[in-house]
Design a protein around this ligand. Structure first.
Ligand code: ADP
Ligand code: MG
Length: 240
């Protein structure tokens, strides 16, 4: 579903992605973990072309990433992204936040988009908030709206970049529960997170990044109990 081959990227002198080879099969959940500044967000952002790459190839569902225009909008719809900051449209209702993309990009009718949005809001447990505005919701609720909004585009893959790190502790679980449900429902997911519980429950594979490289990849069990590289041992020693 996602294939990154020989991907290289520089920010000026900084070699931020160094020969990244990452393949995610349909329905697979890959957790990307690693120290701050290692390139995790940049990796995620290259998959929906929020960042360009300098060398290598990235394909989503077998298609090379388009450069611009309509094809790029189509790719962005196919690749849902949920960020640390919720990025909801502040002046639109929750329902409008979820229907806007499907109406504009997927050319759905308003009725159809609203019906689907209500189903998705129910799925993430906040159907009764549909008429409110983002500022009236808690952080956990806003993040669940962001997930519903991404799902409304019927993406082929979902990217999550530290979706719970800006949340108060008591709200983390309600967001992780939605993500676990998605994973168990067969969604292809790339998830940057330090939530070990999520990785152990939902991930098929952990990719450990340091200094712009994927240093090791393993099952969550193997990675957490038996990390191979010194970098991974050192990192796990700090967070566990
Ligand atoms: P992570 O998500 O693992 O913390 P990032 O991908 O955000 O890492 O950043 C990797 C490195 O690239 C960091 O050193 C960061 O400062 C740098 N970086 C990120 N975005 C930019 C940018 N737009 N311009 C220049 N440097 C950047
Ligand atoms: Mg980051």
């Amino acid at each position: 579903m996602v294939a990154m081959d020989g991907v290289q990227k520089w920010f000026g002198d900084l070699h931020v992605l160094q020969d990244i080879n990452l393949h995610v099969t349909p329905g697979e959940v890959v957790v990307v973990i690693g120290p701050s500044g290692s390139g995790k967000s940049t990796l995620c952002r290259t998959i929906n072309r929020l960042e360009t790459i300098d060398e290598g190839t990235i394909t989503v569902d077998g298609e090379k990433l388009p450069e611009e225009g309509k094809a790029l909008a189509g790719l962005r719809a196919d690749v849902g992204m949920v960020f640390q900051a919720f990025n909801l449209f502040a002046h639109k209702s929750i329902l409008e936040n979820v229907t806007l993309g499907p109406i504009k990009v997927r050319k759905k009718s308003k009725d159809e988009a609203e019906q689907r949005a209500r189903e998705l809001l129910a799925r993430v447990g906040i159907e009764e908030q549909a008429g409110k505005y983002p500022a009236q919701l808690s952080g956990g609720q806003q993040q669940r709206v962001a997930i519903a909004r991404a799902l409304a585009m019927e993406p082929k893959v979902m990217l999550f970049d530290e979706p719970t790190s800006a949340l108060d502790p008591e709200m983390i679980k309600e967001v992780l529960d939605v993500m676990v449900d998605l994973a168990q429902g067969g969604m292809t997911m790339v998830v940057v997170t330090h939530e070990m519980g999520f990785a152990r429950t939902a991930a098929n594979r952990v990719a450990f990044m340091a200094d712009g490289q994927i240093v090791e990849e393993n099952t969550p069990d193997e990675f957490f109990t038996n990390p191979q590289s010194d970098r991974a041992k050192d990192f796990l020693g700090k967070i566990l």
